[in-house]
Design a protein around this ligand. Structure first.
Ligand code: 5CA
Ligand code: ZN
Length: 450
């Protein structure tokens, strides 16, 4: 990205980064479409009258909203909000679309920009004032069981998504004091940055009937009665792209899993005297891979191969293929993996299947490696002093037994210096709450967070 754009919290996507972004989006789009979500596109502007209907929602967002107050020289009668998220633009339309139980469930999503006047330190890809890549899904259901089931379905979709891009995560139910504005409860996916701080990379909200009541989204039941719908919404942003970069990168820079890499394979001729055959052979290899649907790039620039190696390593290209005089003679290419540095040769006769298999293997191995290093940074602890030490040293996430009481959660934050991510989904920790010494009902995750 170019971070020099002269407005705080706004950044410019450059071609290579934008390719990465679009590859990531293709995955989530596919997953959503396969699970019955249909893509829509709503306007950016929301009239103040609509925006201000749900009291909790306003309270959560009022400090963060940008307002359009003028059209040219005219002051607008009704101010227009730049969407900070789209509940208040989408749900009035849901009220028009939904008539009977036959219209439900309704599942839509859009990928848009949103604006939030963030007051914490802004950061490219992580905390933006114009989030350029906001995927938000919104669903409506006939019963609370159905919306509950949708929350679980969304969790499965996100798990698949993060597995595809090789990003490890913990899933928590956010504490009551940190629930999305207007939601009954919120789930969050968090990953770890290399500096030991967590990054929230996705959320799922059960909205109950809160919005349905204020936007009057009702359906006719089979028995003729009318009822408000039950809703959910779930979102991710370009933070997931930050996660891909952070999780797989090393001292040389990024290292992209082939699944999302802007360029998957770079082919570099190792020139020998004025030998044109080598260049031709390298070009042919790149062309063959390209024709098979792989993202390959032939680098025929007139600079030293060593410099090319260095540049493409720093661009995180997963696989490098070299062709020198010896390779040409032996009818092979020399391959080098970006993630492990491992070198091996591939006979030209087996080029395509071996390259494909290598890229597949790299996806799996990079994901597993990321998970191993992630798991090592989750610390099961019982003593407050030890938890505090993990926070002080930015050593990752603490898992502690917890009675489930808000008061104890808050006190854990104060005493350890971390923040509560929430109650871990699917964990059953034995032991007792380190604050009140009552038997633990669940486990709580604590971390220094972005
Ligand atoms: N309407 C709901 C779900 S679509 C919503 O807005 N949820 S949210 O506020 O939790 O945002 C969803 C995700 O967007 C967050 O989990 C976080 O990963 C990301 N996000 C939120 N604010 C920013 C920001 N300022 N910069 C980058 N990413 C952000
Ligand atoms: Zn307790």
């Amino acid at each position: 990205m170019d971070t020099r754009y002269p407005v705080k919290g706004l950044y410019v996507w450059l071609p290579y980064g934008l390719k990465l972004r679009n590859n990531v989006l293709m995955i989530i789009r596919e997953l959503l479409e396969k699970t019955g979500h249909r893509e829509v596109l709503f306007p950016l502007l929301i009239p103040e009258s609509l925006f201000k209907k749900e009291a909790e929602h306003i309270r959560g967002f009022e400090e963060q909203v940008y307002w359009v107050t003028h059209g040219g020289k005219d002051k607008l009668d009704i101010r227009l909000a730049l969407r900070p998220t789209s509940e208040t633009s989408i749900y009035p339309m849901f009220a028009l679309w939904i008539r009977s139980h036959a219209d439900l469930p309704l599942k839509v999503f859009q990928i848009v920009n949103i604006f939030r006047y963030e007051t914490k330190m802004t950061k490219p890809l992580i905390r933006l004032r114009e989030v350029t890549t906001f995927k938000e899904a919104h669903t409506a259901h006939t019963t609370s069981e159905d919306s509950e089931a949708q929350v679980k379905a969304a969790m499965e979709i996100y798990k698949k998504f993060f597995d595809e891009i090789g990003v490890p995560y913990v899933i928590t139910r956010r504490p009551s004091w940190d629930t999305f504005a207007g939601a009954v409860y919120s789930l969050a996916f968090d990953t770890l940055a290399p500096d030991g701080r967590t990054l929230q990379i996705g959320t799922i909200h059960n909205l109950g009937q809160n919005f349905a009541k204020v936007y009057e989204i009702k359906y006719e039941r089979e028995d003729g009665g009318h009822e408000h719908v039950y809703q959910t919404c779930y979102g991710i942003s370009e933070r997931v792209i930050a996660a891909v970069v952070m999780v797989h990168g090393d001292n040389l820079g990024p290292c992209f899993p082939p699944r999302v890499a802007p360029i998957q394979i770079v082919v570099i001729p190792i020139p020998f005297k004025e030998d044109k055959d080598i260049e031709e052979a390298a070009k042919k290899v790149a062309g063959e891979l390209e024709a098979a649907g792989l993202r390959s790039h032939f680098d025929g620039r007139d600079i030293r191969p060593g410099r090319k190696f260095y540049e493409w390593e720093r661009h995180g290209v997963p696989l490098r293929l070299e062709i020198g005089p010896r390779d040409l003679k032996q009818k092979q290419v020399t391959a080098v993996r970006r993630d492990t540095g491992k070198r091996f040769t591939i006979p030209l006769s087996e080029l395509l299947p071996v390259v494909k298999k290598t890229l597949e293997l790299m996806n799996v191995e990079m994901r597993e490696k990321a998970w191993r290093s992630f798991s090592r940074k989750i610390h099961d602890l019982r003593k407050i002093e030890e938890m505090k030490k993990v926070m002080d040293e930015r050593a990752g996430i603490v898992r502690s037994p917890w009675c489930g009481e808000e008061k104890c959660g808050r006190e854990l934050e104060e005493k350890t210096g971390g923040s509560v991510l929430g109650e871990e989904i699917g964990s059953r920790t034995k032991g007792m709450c380190p604050i009140c010494s009552k038997p633990a009902r669940t486990s709580i995750l604590i971390a220094k967070s972005y």
